[in-house]
Design a protein around this ligand. Structure first.
Ligand code: SAH
Length: 369
């Protein structure tokens, strides 16, 4: 029997402790873990929830990940690419809604036309979203997959300052089982290291409840976040997509994937304390109040949809994506109610960088002086 009352009073969590946290199934134990994670969040990061308006810039993709609904060889997808004008328009909408920052996400494309278009969009966003409340313009996070170091550098120079690249799983064997051979674990690690070198705040994350994934794997994922000094985490339950090769493989039932998704947020909060953790859309896709629960289990970032409505349905990484036909304004007010319902406030007009990143950056500056 694990004594969760004692476990949740600890400051240090070993691998075995993380496995124990992730393995909780009794509602009383889960409630205790949730309360502790919420307290650790409030103590280290405060009670603000930061918004990142999510723009899905293109669903064209040159990769073939076995789990993803926009993988290159899935023929049933209408491929689209937004123009720089459209992306800037979404950014202005974020700024007018007082969202402090945005995320530009897309399939993996390193082609010249796309990267040049993004570069132009970033430059214009930084100019056109300067306001009295936000003199530096919107904060921009990119999530456009594995790219060359040169491309990461160009996009950083154009104004992006955070980058999210999920490692997907830190078990190299499982990684190899869910990706084609040309996508290697090592090259993803190299990308994460390039991003850090260039000066981005670096985010990563994993899918939770993958076929064959164990609690040991997930506990090691959390250790990986710590070992790589990660600033922000985006992770969520895996959702099988019928049209993909992995879609027919057995994975844990929905309730278990939701429970594990929430416990991963809590265990990551307990272990890393001051990082930003997103309560992701995948949680909401499996549970109508999944995102609110994510906040209660220790998350502090939410990504409201701002992708133009007419293309949103074409960007489905997995089935059951919520907010497909709500307009951005409806998303905004619905979210604010949801955040207030769990006693938190919205950090409007702020970039909302993680406390962890701020500490790291100020110690680096200190070291240079
Ligand atoms: N191409 C970019 C971003 C798009 S995918 C990239 O590679 O980073 C964003 C994330 O969605 C992926 O990192 C993956 O973790 C998640 N995802 C993709 N398919 C999924 C599925 N079937 N279930 C749950 N999450 C999925």
């Amino acid at each position: 029997m694990i004594d969760y009352a004692a476990l949740t009073t600890q400051d240090f969590f070993s691998h075995a402790d993380l496995v124990a946290l992730l393995g909780a199934t009794d509602p009383k134990d889960i409630a205790l873990i949730q309360k502790t994670a919420e307290r650790v969040l409030l103590e280290n990061c405060g009670n603000a929830v930061y918004y990142r308006g999510l723009v899905e810039a293109s669903n064209a993709c040159s990769s073939d990940c076995f789990y993803c609904g926009i993988r290159k060889s899935f023929r049933e997808v209408n491929r689209f690419t937004l123009s720089a004008d459209q992306i800037v328009e979404c950014a202005v909408l974020c700024s007018k809604s007082s969202y402090g920052s945005m995320v530009i996400q897309s399939g993996e494309r390193g082609d010249k036309a796309f990267i040049t278009m993004l570069e132009e969009s970033l430059r214009r966003i930084k100019e056109e979203t300067r306001t009295k409340e936000q003199p530096d313009g919107l904060g921009v996070t990119l999530c456009i997959g594995q790219q060359t170091r040169e491309i990461y550098q160009r996009l950083y120079d154009a104004g992006a300052h955070r980058y999210l690249l999920r490692i997907e799983t830190t078990n190299p064997r499982l990684f190899a089982a869910i990706h084609p051979p040309e996508q290697t674990f090592e090259s993803r690690l190299e990308c994460l290291s390039d991003l850090r070198d260039i000066g981005y705040q670096v985010g990563t994350g994993v899918m939770i409840g993958l076929p064959g994934q164990t609690l040991d794997d997930l506990a090691r994922d959390i250790q990986f976040f710590e070992d790589h000094d990660i600033d922000m985490i985006g992770m969520g339950p895996y959702i099988p997509h019928e049209g993909t090769p992995l879609g027919s493989h057995a994975c844990p039932p929905v309730e278990e994937r939701v429970r594990l998704g929430l416990l991963m947020i809590a265990a990551t909060r307990l272990k890393l304390r001051d990082v930003n953790i997103a309560s992701t859309t995948a949680l909401q896709a499996l549970d109508p109040i999944g995102r609110e629960k994510g906040l209660q289990f220790g998350a502090n970032v939410i990504m409201p949809q701002v992708t133009p409505q007419e293309v949103r349905k074409d960007y489905q990484l997995y089935p059951g994506k919520p907010c497909l036909d709500e307009n951005a304004q409806a998303c905004r007010s619905c979210l604010e109610l949801r955040i207030h319902s769990v006693d938190r406030v919205v950090g409007y007009n702020q970039w909302g960088d993680s406390v962890h990143a701020r500490k790291r950056q100020s110690s680096e500056t200190g070291a240079r002086e």
